[in-house]
Design a protein around this ligand. Structure first.
Ligand SMILES: *Cc1c(COP(=O)(O)O)cnc(C)c1O
Length: 221
């Protein structure tokens, strides 16, 4: 079993090589270490090794783990990468630095109100259901650009980027390329795409954030 520091170094090296090979210089890709389902003691070795950007998919699970970790480590950037119910929006705004799963008007309105109330502005990504899969969250690709414009003009929200999870079992490249195209059309600066199995392909297509779980933490039980 390799150590957390070794796994982190391996993935960081692969990101750097993919960026150097494909990225428009000086592209920097942020590694979001997806720690969902893993307890705080499995996360600590990554913090000790210097990793600071993490992703969680459930508000309640994140609330149970992260306040204590934040008290011990400076500079943590926590991303919400799972679906957000409006009744959890207040907690999400309080806890997360980045919310990657904005995908509907109701949520945009509630997030805006909670951000004003808290005086805190997590960065927002719009999630796109890039494979139009019924079981996945996200706005349809055909509506994504207009939704980003509505977030800005109607809801008064700044949109940092787009996020997507391509369908399982199909080559992800075309989906990443489509997300990049939508990102250019919408005029956003960041693209969160690519996971353990395909992050180098995502970087080749312009990812600015890759969300890597199992390649760092091992398989989820
Ligand atoms: C779990 C998860 C990941 C990480 O997946 P791995 O294949 O373990 O790297 C990335 N993005 C989202 C939205 C996830 O839910």
């Amino acid at each position: 079993m390799t150590s957390a520091a070794e796994r982190l170094q391996t993935i960081t090296g692969r990101i750097e090589r993919a960026g150097a090979r494909f990225g428009p210089p000086p592209q920097r890709v942020s590694l979001v270490a997806v720690s969902k389902t893993f307890p705080a003691d499995a996360i600590v070795p990554f913090l000790e090794a210097g990793q600071r950007v993490f992703g969680e998919n459930r508000v309640q699970e994140a609330e149970a783990k992260w306040p204590e970790l934040r008290a011990s480590y400076d500079g943590i950037e926590l991303h919400l990468i799972g679906p957000l119910q409006t009744n959890k929006a207040r907690d999400a705004v309080a806890l997360f630095d980045v919310i990657e799963t904005l995908d509907r008007d109701k949520l945009a309105a509630v997030l805006k109100a909670e951000m004003e109330r808290a005086g805190k502005r997590p960065k927002l990504f719009v999630q796109v259901n890039i494979g139009l899969e019924p079981q996945k969250a996200g706005i349809a690709p055909g509506e994504a650009v207009v939704f980003v414009e509505r977030c800005r003009a109607v809801h008064g929200l700044a949109i940092e980027g787009l996020m997507a999870i391509p369908p399982d079992g199909l080559p992800p490249g075309p989906y990443f390329a489509q997300l990049a195209l939508l990102g250019r059309e919408a005029g956003v600066r960041s693209l969160s795409m690519g996971m353990s199995g395909d992050f180098e392909t995502a970087i080749a297509m312009g990812a600015t954030h890759v969300r890597v779980g199992s390649a760092l933490f091992g398989h989820r039980g």
